[in-house]
Each structure stands twice: as C-alpha cells, then as structure tokens.
Design a protein around this ligand. Sequence first.
Ligand SMILES: [Zn+2]
Length: 295
Amino acid sequence: MEENIQGARLHTAEHMFARALQEQGLDIHVRKADTYREDNIGKAYVKEIIPFEKIIEAEKTVNAKIIENLIVTEENFENLDDAMRKNPKLRFNEDRLDKEKNVRVVTIGQYDFSACKHRHVKQTSEIMMFAVKRISYLGGETEIEFIAGNDALLFLLQIKNEVLESAMDRHFVPEKLSEYIKNENERIIEIEREEKEILHRLLESNSQLIVLKDVKISKFYGELNYFIKTHAERCIAITNEQQITIMKGKDCKVDLLKIGEELKTLGFSGSINESSINGKVNEKIVEEIDKLWKA
Ligand SMILES: [Zn+2]
C-alpha cells in the first residue's frame, strides 16, 4: 500500500506508543504491528497481557509528545552496530532486521530512536492526535487498535456525543459515566435480590399454578431448583403462559408422568420425566394444568 500522510501520522505515533509502553517497564514483545492499512487503523499484537491502565498511560504520553512538536529525523548507518553506537536507546525488531545491511534510524526528538524503513511525519504536531480505539485480550495476547489525526478527533467526538446523548436521556453528568453505571449495576443487583425474595415467598405460600405474565421463567431455574431441594415434599408449577416449568421434590407424591400424558393429548410437546416437565404451552394447556393443580 502507498505510504500516504495519514498512514505516516499513524505510523509515527506507533513509534512513540511502543516507546511509551516500554518506558513503563513493560518488556514488550510485539508479534505484529500494522499501520499502513487501507482503513487507517493501526494494530499492534503483543505477546502478553498489557494492563488497561498502562495502555491509557502510554496514550497520554503520546499525545503529550505530539503537543511538544518533536522533530523527526532520519539517518542512515552502514550496519546495526554503527547505528547502536550512535543511538544506545535504539529500538529494533531483531527478527526482521539484517544486521549487516544498511540501517535507517528514525529519531523523534530525544524521545525515540528506532530502526525503520517506512514513511514518517516531519514533526509530531502533524499527527494532531492519537487515540486507542479498542483493546482485546485473547489467549494471553493483547491486541490494540489505534488511530491518529482526523480519525482520532472524529472518533473522540463520536464517543463524546454518544455519552452526552445517554447522559441527557438518563439525567446524569457525562463526566460521571462510570459512577452512573456502577450505581445502575448496584440497583440491578438489588432488584434481582428482591425479585428472588418475592418468588420465594410466592412459592412458599402458594401450592397452585403460579402465573407470571411477561416474565422470563428460565432466569428463575436456579431459585426453583433450590426451592425444591429445600422443600422436598412440594411440587411447583410456574408459567408465563408461553412456557411452563414444573418441578417435583423427591418426597412429593404427584405423578408427573401421568400429568404429562394428559398434557400430550392437548398437544404439549415439551420434555416430560419423573421429576420435571418443561416446554411451550398455550392457553388450553395452562387452563388444564391449573385445573389439575387445584384438584
Ligand atoms: Zn517507522
């Protein structure tokens, strides 16, 4: 691919990003780094897990170096030894460098020295901005996507506006997004706890078919199993009028196989065994179960 200015921004930023990660004491083993791509998204695959905080710290450093407007220079050396003598902090990829061949050293201010053949900007202010776009951890590796220039500015604006819109809809201050999410999560946990408490009381006080319209029955499976274990003499039936779950404690006398046979004659095609019945139901089947349960 042709090495255009947008690619040069991204690529030069990548030099500083690698340095900024290294500066934090990370012995970075980059498996692969792509910057000159059609989509202008840089990708670095690192053979270890890099903590989120360290990546964000490096991002901050790169943007500080962009603002410092460091001058980028290139100098050719006869071989790697010569290049290293002049630049003791030289970064290079041993696997990809022929030590006997000419080496071009790219220097960014006094910050980074790297052996590289690609196109770079002349001074770091040309990069405008650098942003990490996505971080994925897969199989002990870290994949980091990053962008620069206009792409970074537009990305940050988009994220900012998405947060702003959510904040307006839900009445929170955008800067406090993580606090808001934390409170929401706590609220959800509280609601789920209450929900289970109510279900438990309902089961304890009610031996008839329990109808909970528009509620996903499957999310209560754990609770229902627990109830039947601690109430071995009971049999419980719960439906949302679309799905039914019947469970039987080990000391309960109800014959679920017999009930299952009757339901089959009404078109029930779910699973039936000695200790449980599960499956789709219609109004007729619900009515029949209700009758059976009352009997
Ligand atoms: Zn380079």
